[in-house]
Design a protein around this ligand. Sequence first.
Ligand code: HEC
Ligand code: HEC
Ligand code: HEC
Ligand code: HEC
Length: 160
Amino acid sequence: MKRKMILISVLVAAVLSAGVSFLPGSAQAANSYVGTATCAGCHDKEYANFSKFAKKAHSDRSIKVMAKKLTPEEVKECYACHTTGYGQPGGFESFEKTPDLAHAGCEVCHGPGSAHVDAGGTKALIKGKGRMNVKECEKCHSSERVSNFRFKPMLYGGAH
Ligand code: HEC
Ligand code: HEC
Ligand code: HEC
Ligand code: HEC
């Protein structure tokens, strides 16, 4: 009995460590940010609504209007919420290096999209229906504000 337990825990540990060493190498490195314009090619309706109605589509302007009054270090603090993927692999670096990621684009909600794009639009490779969580909005928005949005109606009021 005891020996069986040990065997099971060894197996579980082996699977866990294999999983951990496997993920960062393949899944994460393979999936990076492509920018909103890349999504437009196949999702023209969402792109059109987003560009027209969402403040996120020009959230870089909100940084730029205030930048003159800020130190370069303070400006960097804006990037986490006003750009796409700042500080993450393949994410925003600077206005010069990564202009396509300078606003808070599709991928701040749907996650990095390169794997989905390379596969020609496989659903499982992008966060979509049923796999999105309001908690993720709270990375950038106050929870009070998020509960006022009410997820679904928000789609028509800003996202797409
Ligand atoms: C990476 C940060 C980030 C995440 C994650 C994020 N937002 Fe935002 N959102 C912003 C920023 C920044 C603005 C304001 C842009 C500006 O005016 O410069 C904004 C604006 C908005 C607005 C204002 C209305 C408009 O015109 O766009 C709504 C509504 C909104 N977000 C909803 C959401 C919801 C719902 C989620 C989660 C599904 C979410 N956001 C996730 C950064 C984020
Ligand atoms: C923790 C995330 C976060 C950080 C950091 C952040 N912002 Fe924002 N900012 C937001 C969100 C979210 C909104 C939209 C608020 C809403 O509509 O609910 C916003 C809105 C704004 C707006 C108002 C835009 C409008 O149309 O009314 C300006 C301007 C702005 N931010 C500038 C900045 C600057 C400059 C910095 C850096 C010093 C910064 N923000 C840092 C999340 C952030
Ligand atoms: C090469 C074309 C193509 C590009 C580029 C593309 N998509 Fe898609 N996307 C598709 C197709 C096709 C589907 C529908 C798949 C299906 O119905 O099985 C889809 C489905 C989706 C879904 C729905 C997933 C679900 O679970 O319902 C989301 C969300 C999405 N795409 C977001 C994005 C984002 C964000 C980008 C940019 C980073 C993007 N797509 C770029 C082709 C594309
Ligand atoms: C503020 C967060 C947010 C942003 C930004 C955003 N989306 Fe979405 N998107 C959502 C949510 C939430 C859903 C609905 C998920 C559900 O129904 O459970 C969704 C659904 C979708 C779907 C599936 C639609 C369907 O009816 O099957 C596609 C495709 C999509 N988004 C593409 C995009 C593209 C392309 C962009 C950028 C132009 C974008 N999204 C920007 C939050 C966002």
